[in-house]
Design a protein around this ligand. Structure first.
Ligand SMILES: [Zn+2]
Length: 686
């Protein structure tokens, strides 16, 4: 939970993008004197940096690399992503051929790959993998039966109506608690159901058409399918109406309601006997943490008044939507028609082997990670970035000391939190044991179901046990990073330090500080003190450590950032959600400031020598922008504006930089130009 992604790639489904590592590979071309400077090569010098710094810094690369037909967006990291896809494909193909011992990692990968690549087999197997569940849904007679099936679908990764999970207790981080929260929507986020923007209204119509086609694939006549899809949409819209908005999920205090399961039943959902439902999952908690109690009151009302046949169709659609991508061609094509084309703007399907590697990552990512780091992430690189984290930690401490708006009492607590911050770099100390994961050669869909069951059992198994703080929520080959408030830790997977096409040792400090220190390390550390992270203390407990005056001052300063982002409209009629993206925007802004302070202490900054015509500080800001070289198709941009807490890359560059005096000076930004902000209207938090 609370993942704070720093990377703009967010694939349409839950699977994360894999990115390769050039940083230490012997195959990477060395940067020679003749080779064009990486920052200069990225630029579009016809653009005025005072008008649009992002396009000035990254526009050249983006113009030379149009988005491929099969992609929702494209950025520099995709190039190295393709490198890693190639490598993982080779490993998987070899594993498929090798006569590896049963139960071992290689055999597991080989069996998964072989089965998933076999499209003819998926066609022949048809709906087989879902057969048992579909029969159960057919047999439903009552609302009670609906709930029986609902709770049977949870372990195979189908979240109907709401979500149940086991995770650290926000207020007692050394305890694993049962969390119950809103969920069950078919579209990615609440706002898709209500936003009046034209493109979003079209998505709603396309969604109903998609549900209609899914029901036809299940054997329904056109007319019956169309009518059923409409009623399911009505039901989902009512569920969405009862759900909290993206920005309202950001306040951890307001989304924390401890009660007994009997109390949740008695006060909110008489239809769901939570004690017995949880016991069926081997969970017998004294208390549960309910995110949004009013949602459950509404859910109970909806379950009561909605006819059982509508609920049955809703369950069918939730089930087939979760698995369509792993079934035969007709199903995968329909999945693509909506999730690929409508929501992401892709013109054609990505090649099957890449989609399979994404599934393999979701099913057994850490198995692949073990192989990845052995080859591409030696101790030396791990140490370099671990040291860089400490440099940034020092910067933060100095900034806290200098703040004129924070009292000494709050400063002391902030320093304590910073000192206690745990840092994980590269890959986990302990690898997860996958030996209980069943992977066979019967069907792709079944293997994905096994993987979902394994994941669910792994999560449920944590209840009642001590918290394992050594766990990672991302794999080492993920081009991303996160801050986890309950552990007060930043986690930096190996792949995030990759600079496309460059060897680690060939990077000048300005590049390292702008790219790794600002956009990743500084960003993640700042999350510990953003509007949400600041509510957790040094031990990772949700506990207010701010004086009332300091909290009010923080909020007033952060509100300036909200206002700035609310004013941006990346698509006509669709603005950036300044409230929902506040934490990310504060982290971007803080990340740049912290890395800048640290960079000012380097030899490169002090000697001031220009490289490729840029001063060291210009290189620092160009390198920060370089990290965000990425563009989306309009469809993908719309989906992210409605559902992603990150602003689009262009604004993640231009908005924070426009608040930073050193940037204004470095590029001679004059009053009146778009990248200029007068001192009194700048954000001043850190
Ligand atoms: Zn973030």
């Amino acid at each position: 939970m609370n993942l704070k992604a720093v990377f703009p790639f967010s694939p349409s489904r839950a699977v994360r993008l894999l990115v390769g590592c050039w940083c230490v590979g012997a195959t990477a071309p060395a940067q020679t004197a003749e080779r064009e400077d990486m920052l200069a090569a990225n630029q579009d010098r016809t653009v005025d940096p005072a008008k649009d710094f992002f396009t000035y810094a990254d526009g050249g690369w983006l113009a030379r690399h149009p988005i491929p037909a099969s992609e929702a967006g494209w950025g520099m990291g995709n190039l190295v992503g393709d490198e890693l896809y190639g490598k993982l494909r080779k490993i998987s193909e070899e594993a498929a051929k090798a006569d590896a011992p049963a139960g071992g990692d290689l055999r597991m990968m080989g069996d998964f790959w072989t089965t998933a690549m076999d499209e003819a087999k998926a066609d022949a197997v048809g709906l087989g993998p879902l057969g048992k569940e579909l029969v159960r849904i057919d047999a439903i007679q009552t609302t009670g039966d609906v709930l029986d099936v609902t709770f049977a679908l949870g372990p195979i990764g189908v979240e109907a109506f709401c979500g149940v999970s086991v995770a650290q207790d926000e207020k007692q981080s050394d305890l694993m608690s049962v969390h119950i929260g809103q969920g069950g929507l078919g579209l990615p986020e609440r706002d898709f159901y209500f936003n009046p923007e034209k493109g979003t209204a079209k998505i709603r119509r396309e969604y109903v058409a998609h549900l209609t086609r899914l029901l036809k694939l299940l054997g329904r006549s056109s007319k019956a399918a169309g009518k059923a899809a409409e009623t399911v949409m009505e039901f989902e819209t009512a569920l969405a109406k009862a759900s909290r908005k993206l920005e309202d999920l950001r306040d951890p205090e307001k989304n924390y309601h401890k009660m007994t399961p009997a109390n949740l039943t008695g006060s909110h959902t008489p239809l769901i006997d939570w004690n017995s439902r949880l016991a069926a999952m081997s969970l017998r908690p004294e208390v549960v943490i309910v995110g949004q109690p009013e949602f459950f009151t509404a859910l109970n009302r909806l379950l009561t008044k909605t006819p059982v046949p509508v609920l049955k169709d809703y369950l069918r659609l939730q089930l087939v939507s979760a698995y369509a991508g792993f079934l035969g061609k007709a199903w995968a094509d329909e999945d693509f028609a909506f999730n690929g084309k409508v929501l992401s703007g892709q013109k054609e399907q990505r090649p099957r082997w890449k989609r399979v590697l994404d599934s393999q990552e979701a099913a057994m990512g850490m198995v692949m990670g073990k192989i990845f780091v052995q080859e591409y992430f030696p101790e030396r690189v791990k140490q370099r970035y671990a040291n860089l984290v400490e440099v940034i930690r020092v910067s933060y401490r100095e900034r806290i000391d200098r703040l004129d708006w924070m009292s000494d009492a709050t400063k002391a607590k902030a320093r304590e939190k910073l000192d206690k911050l745990t840092v994980k770099v590269g890959y986990p100390d302990r690898w997860k044991d996958y030996s209980a994961l069943v992977v066979g050669r019967d069907s792709y869909g079944e293997n994905m179901m096994h993987a979902a069951r394994w994941k669910f059992a792994d999560m449920i198994g944590k209840f009642g046990k001590p918290v394992d703080r050594s766990e990672w929520e991302m794999t080492p080959q993920t081009y991303n990073a996160y801050y986890q408030p309950s552990n007060n830790e930043i986690v930096l997977p190996a792949a995030i330090f990759t600079v496309p096409g460059m060897r680690d040792e060939d990077l000048d400090d300005a590049v390292v500080f702008g790219y790794a220190a600002a956009s990743t390390i500084g960003h993640e550390i700042t999350h510990g003190f953003d509007d949400e992270g600041r509510m957790f203390d040094a031990q990772g407990n949700l506990k207010d450590w701010w004086t009332a005056e300091d909290a009010a001052r923080f909020q007033k300063r952060a509100a300036v950032m909200v206002k700035q982002f609310n004013a941006f409209q990346p698509l006509p009629g669709l603005r950036i959600n300044g409230e929902a993206s506040l934490g990310e925007n504060l982290a971007d802004y803080g990340g740049v400031l912290l890395a800048l302070d640290a960079f000012k202490k380097t030899e490169q900054f002090r000697n001031g020598k220009a490289i490729a015509g840029f001063t060291p500080i210009q290189r620092f800001f160009l390198s920060y922008a370089f990290a965000w070289t990425y563009q989306d198709r309009a469809e993908s941009l719309r989906t992210k504006l409605l559902s992603d807490v990150h602003a689009p890359p262009k604004w993640r560059v231009n908005a924070p930089l426009s608040n930073i005096p050193e940037f204004q000076e470095a590029f001679s930004i004059k009053p009146g130009s778009p990248m200029w902000r007068a001192p009194e209207s700048r954000v001043k938090v850190w």
